[in-house]
Ligand binder design. Structure first.
Ligand code: ADP
Ligand code: MG
Length: 208
């Protein structure tokens, strides 16, 4: 199986559906350690993404992902908009045409790098990075083990979900939650949680 235009579009649409379904929960998590807008931020962004995709006749998976990123940047005011926006644009640049499992892994690495270049978060800072980093590691380990795309994506999704859970005991060192200092401990990070949705959506659309 290759990651092609159809799969890219299915991934973004599945992510939008997951955001819609989990909007309330993302907002609740952000109410505990932020300003309570993470669910509505992403909801607004991905609603605009769906509209943008409806009018697109993409030449490759990269165009789908780049357009997704640009739309998120222009529609989401919170920290997560530029971070996910840059990540999707990096994914898009890395995937001009259909890609096998290894090439998709490199694209996912470029996405993480974009988040880190912009946000300067390290693993353990209680951010998106804490779900994306283990997801990427699990994805790469699976591919190195000979896994196909569905298996690698499933491994990544599981690791991202665990990574999000593992943010609970962390103290936030980036973003709004860092203003709380030690009071950010004991809550799951909203952005790591939405990243887990992103990887779960990838696993869903690639599952055979
Ligand atoms: P805002 O914080 O502006 O209200 P959101 O609520 O949409 O934006 O997103 C908050 C999430 O963004 C946090 O839970 C965290 O995961 C993520 N985040 C914030 N700052 C950074 C950063 N510097 N690097 C990576 N992720 C970050
Ligand atoms: Mg917020």
């Amino acid at each position: 199986m290759e990651f092609d235009t159809t799969l890219a579009e299915a991934w973004v649409r599945a992510t939008a559906a997951a955001v819609e379904q989990e909007q309330q929960r993302l907002t609740e998590l952000d109410s505990a350690i932020g300003d309570g807008d993470h669910g509505s931020n992403l909801q607004r962004g991905f609603t605009a993404v769906l509209t943008a995709l409806d009018g697109l006749d993409p030449a490759g998976p990269g165009e789908v992902l780049s357009r997704t990123g640009s739309t998120l940047i222009s529609k989401v005011g919170g920290a997560s908009g530029p971070l996910y926006g840059k990540a999707f644009r990096a994914l898009g640049s890395a995937l001009p045409g259909p890609a096998g499992p290894a090439a998709l892994g490199e694209a996912l690495a470029a996405g993480l790098q974009a988040v880190r270049d912009l946000g300067r978060a390290e693993p353990g800072d209680k951010t998106i990075v804490d779900a994306w980093t283990p997801a990427l590691a699990a994805y790469r380990a699976a591919v190195a083990d000979g896994a196909d795309l569905p298996r690698a994506a499933a491994a990544a999704a599981d690791a991202a979900g665990q990574g999000a859970l593992d943010t609970v005991p962390l103290q936030a060192r980036k973003g709004r939650a860092s203003y709380l200092g030690p009071r950010s401990v004991g809550h799951q990070d909203p952005g790591a949680t939405s990243t887990a949705l992103l990887f779960r959506a990838l696993a869903e659309v690639t599952a055979h």
